[in-house]
Write a protein that binds this ligand. Structure first.
Ligand code: CO
Ligand code: ZN
Length: 335
C-alpha cells in the first residue's frame, strides 16, 4: 500500500488534468473489476457486481477524488516571471517558497513581491513563479499552463508525508478495499472523481450517471491535534473518522450508524468527526438527482493543501478494514 501511495502522490493531477493519475489507478483496478468506464468529465467508474444469488443488491457508490490543488499561469511579464492563480484551495501561506511542476515538465519556485509591511496575510496575487527565464520570449510557460506542487513522498515511521495525500490516500483506500473484498451482496461502484478541489464537480456527474442508492466519499479531514489548531477531536493515528457534519453536508444518520456499528463489531478504532472547515464529494452525491443517502469516511490529515500533508499508515489500514467489513455484508438499514 505504501509503494502504491508513493507512486500516486508523485504523479501530477491538478483539477481537470487527472489523466496521469487515472492511468496509475486503471492499472491497479483492471484485474479486480467487473466493469470499467470513464465519463465525459474523466471520472473513472469501476464496478464490482454482486455475487450470484444476491438478494435485492444495493447500489453503493464510493468516491475518492483523483485531482489535487494546483496553480495556473495567468500572465508572463517581460522578464519571464509568471503570475498565477490557484486551481482549488491553494493558500498563500503554503505556496510561498514552494516548488511547482508544470505538466510540460517545467519546474519553478514561488517568489513574492516586496511589500512595505509583511503581515500574516499572503495574497497569491502578490506572488509569482520563477522558472529561471530571463524574458517573456525564453519563458517555457504560457498562459493557461497548469502546475502542481513538486515534493517527494517520505516516511517518518508510521507517519507518511507527501503532496496530494488529499486525496490520493482516499484513492489508495478505495483500491485496497476493492482488492480486499472477496464477494459482496451489493452492487459496488468505486468512483475515482475529477475536479473535487474546484467544487466537487466530477462527483456530481458521476453520481447522476451511476444513480446509487447509497453514497460514501472517502477523503482526508483536517485534524485538531497540532499546536493552536481548531478545537476538533480528530487526531492522527486514532482511526478513520466517521463524518457527522462538515460545511457542506450533514451525513445521513443511517450511514453514520452503519459505519459505527461495523467498526465496533470488528473492533476497528474510529473517531467521530465534526469538521469546521471544508467539505467533500459526499456533499455533491447527497444532493444529486432526487437525493442519495450519503455519508463520508475520512482519513485524518495534517497540513491539508500544503506540499507536505501528513497522515498515519494505521488510519489507512483501518479505513480499508472498515469499508471491507461494511461492504462485504448486506446493508443493515432499509432504504
Ligand atoms: Co482538498
Ligand atoms: Zn480532498
Amino acid at each position: 500500500m505504501k509503494q502504491l501511495l508513493k507512486t500516486l502522490t508523485e504523479t501530477y493531477g491538478p483539477s481537470g488534468y487527472e489523466d496521469a493519475v487515472r492511468k496509475v489507478i486503471l492499472e491497479e483496478v483492471k484485474p479486480l473489476a467487473d466493469e470499467v468506464s470513464v465519463d465525459a468529465l474523466g471520472n473513472l467508474i469501476v464496478r464490482k457486481k454482486p455475487s450470484a444469488g444476491a438478494k435485492n443488491p444495493r447500489k453503493i457508490m464510493l468516491a475518492a477524488h483523483m485531482d489535487e490543488i494546483g496553480v495556473i499561469a495567468s500572465h508572463v511579464d517581460k522578464k519571464g516571471f509568471v503570475r498565477f492563480t490557484g486551481v482549488g484551495g491553494a493558500f498563500g501561506r503554503y505556496t510561498l517558497g514552494a516548488r511547482v511542476r508544470f505538466l510540460n515538465g517545467v519546474t519553478g519556485v514561488v517568489g513574492y513581491d516586496r511589500l512595505e509591511q509583511i503581515d500574516n496575510w499572503l495574497p497569491i496575487n502578490k506572488m509569482f513563479i520563477d522558472v529561471g527565464a530571463t524574458s517573456k520570449e525564453d519563458c517555457p510557460v504560457k498562459v493557461g499552463d497548469i502546475a502542481a506542487f513538486e515534493r517527494a513522498f517520505i516516511e517518518m515511521g508510521d507517519r507518511l508525508v507527501a503532496k496530494s495525500l488529499d486525496d490520493r490516500s482516499g484513492v489508495v483506500v478505495l483500491i485496497e478495499t476493492l482488492r480486499a473484498i472477496k464477494s459482496t451482496p451489493n452492487d459496488l461502484y468505486f468512483v475515482f472523481t475529477t475536479q473535487e478541489e474546484v467544487g466537487t464537480r466530477g462527483a456530481g456527474t458521476a453520481a447522476f450517471g451511476v444513480n446509487p442508492d447509497i453514497g460514501i466519499a472517502v477523503d482526508v479531514t483536517p485534524t485538531g491535534d497540532t499546536p493552536s489548531s481548531l478545537k476538533m477531536v480528530m487526531e492522527l493515528g486514532k482511526g478513520p473518522c466517521v463524518k457527522f457534519r462538515d460545511v457542506g453536508m450533514i451525513s445521513d444518520p443511517r450511514v453514520v450508524d452503519w459505519m459505527i456499528n461495523a467498526a465496533e463489531k470488528a473492533k476497528i478504532p474510529y473517531q467521530r468527526e465534526v469538521l469546521l472547515v471544508g467539505s467533500t464529494d459526499a456533499r455533491e452525491i447527497q444532493i444529486s438527482r432526487a437525493g442519495v443517502i450519503t455519508g463520508a469516511l475520512s482519513i485524518p490529515c495534517r497540513y491539508v493543501h500544503s506540499a507536505s500533508e501528513m497522515i498515519d499508515i494505521n488510519d489507512l489500514e483501518n479505513s480499508v478494514k472498515l469499508l471491507t467489513a461494511m461492504l462485504s455484508k448486506p446493508v443493515a438499514f432499509s432504504l
